[in-house]
Design a protein around this ligand. Structure first.
Ligand code: ZN
Length: 414
């Protein structure tokens, strides 16, 4: 325990819910007074601020996608009416779109994420995110500083410079994308170093790019680097982070996450896949229900680390790539994970509709590799990862049709 793992993170869930409801009401009240957009949205739906009194009331409001935010900001620069005229804003970032994002003073949130990843005073951390205009560099810098670490703002310097910094400054930690760390390690080896023996870099915290399981194994087992992931979006800041249990990402304390069925806008059950929709509790930017476009599900079970927040199961894919089968979304990413369990088996998912019912068929190339696996185990692992059962397995001789597509949706909609 410490400043960034405190009573707040271990409070009973009911307490957190009550606190969040209270803070949400305050945000809605303030938003109604200060943000033209909030006032318009509520008025149009004939809602009073007091009608949004708890997190479950958020279901009454629309999800705002990134595209919608860009459009509103373009029409009404800089913040699309989501902020008040005279809000006390520390700085304004921009990202492609363009979209303008006021900094929401979230150092403590990211500090909790870095703390959970083991970053402390005494660490020297390479921050390889850009510091120019975009939020990442400065924001993570301050999160690391709050957690006590010394930061080297190496930003987008080339891999050779990064290797030199790791060597000369005895760097102990890395933050950036997994692919860039991989490139740095490759460069170091090319320069003749033994990364594990010659350097002190023993922990890494990744954001902005998914960490492939095979790359995680490589970092941890081959190079002795303890790896962690954080999840955020520039529009709302930090959303969730991994703890040492590495069994899902804890939802941040200032954040309300809804997992929403993108076709209906309604929340789905825990364990079911849906779009991650985020409301960041704050008094500057009244962006309610920001739709990230990412698919995830909620993990309800308690975490062994002691934090009582609910967790996200990780990112399963993007909304546009998902196919809904019997009310459940399945994504190419999930199908790929099934593939990792049966690496040499060639298969694809085909969804059809018969007698008003969705039918999930797996087409498999009938070769020696397929004959060598246990059919039942394949079905079990498939339904465990995709949360949908296979209706039938169809063997194919030769090649799969459209073999680069992991999922083919053959249903026709009237
Ligand atoms: Zn935990």
């Amino acid at each position: 325990m410490g400043r960034f793992f405190d009573d707040m993170e271990v409070r009973p869930r009911l307490r957190r819910e009550e606190d969040n409801n209270l803070r949400l009401s305050t945000m809605i009240d303030s938003g109604y007074r200060h943000s033209k957009r909030v006032r318009e949205t509520l008025d149009k739906l004939e809602l009073k601020p007091s009608d949004i009194a708890s997190t479950s009331d958020l279901e009454k409001l629309p999800v705002i996608s990134r595209e919608k935010l860009v459009e509103l900001e373009r029409r009404e620069p800089p913040f699309g009416g989501f902020s008040s005229e005279n809000a006390d804003i520390d700085r304004i970032f921009t990202s492609p779109g363009p979209v303008y994002e006021p900094h929401l003073g979230e150092n403590e949130l990211w500090a909790r994420g870095y703390f959970a990843a083991g970053f402390r005073k005494g660490d020297r951390v390479l921050n390889t995110f850009s510091y120019h205009m975009v939020a990442a560099g400065l924001t993570f810098h301050e999160g690391l500083r709050s957690a006590g670490a010394t930061v080297i703002p190496s930003g987008t310097s080339g891999t050779e410079t990064q290797v030199q910094l790791i060597r000369d400054l005895k760097i102990t930690g890395y933050t950036g994308t997994p692919s860039f760390l991989n490139a740095i390690i490759n460069k170091a080896e090319e320069m003749g170093y033994d990364f594990k023996r010659d350097f002190d870099l023993g922990k890494a915290c990744f954001v902005a790019e998914p960490l492939q399981p095979s790359l995680r194994i490589r970092f941890e087992e081959e190079y002795g680097i303890d790896t962690y992931q954080m999840y955020g979006a520039t529009e709302v800041g930090d959303i969730a982070y991994e703890c040492s249990e590495k069994t899902g990402w804890h939802i941040c304390e200032d954040v309300i996450v809804e997992i929403v069925d993108p076709s209906t806008g309604k929340c789905v059950q825990p364990g079911q896949l849906g779009e991650v929709v985020v409301t960041r509790l704050n008094d500057i930017f009244f962006l309610l229900k920001f739709g990230t476009g990412d698919l995830s599900s909620i993990v309800e079970e308690d975490c062994a680390c002691g934090r009582t927040s609910r967790r996200l199961s990780g990112i399963a894919g993007r909304v546009g790539d998902a196919v809904k089968v019997r009310g459940m979304f399945i994504t190419p990413g999930q199908v790929a994970r099934v593939g990792e369990a049966f690496p040499r088996v060639r298969f694809q998912v085909i969804v059809t509709r018969e007698s008003y019912k969705d039918l999930l068929t797996v087409a498999v190339v009938e070769d020696e590799e397929y004959k060598a696996i246990d059919d039942e185990r394949f079905r079990d692992i498939f339904s465990e990862i995709c949360a949908v059962k296979i209706d039938r397995i169809e063997t194919v001789k030769g090649e799969l049709s459209d073999k680069d597509k992991p999922i083919i949706d053959k249903r026709e909609w009237e």
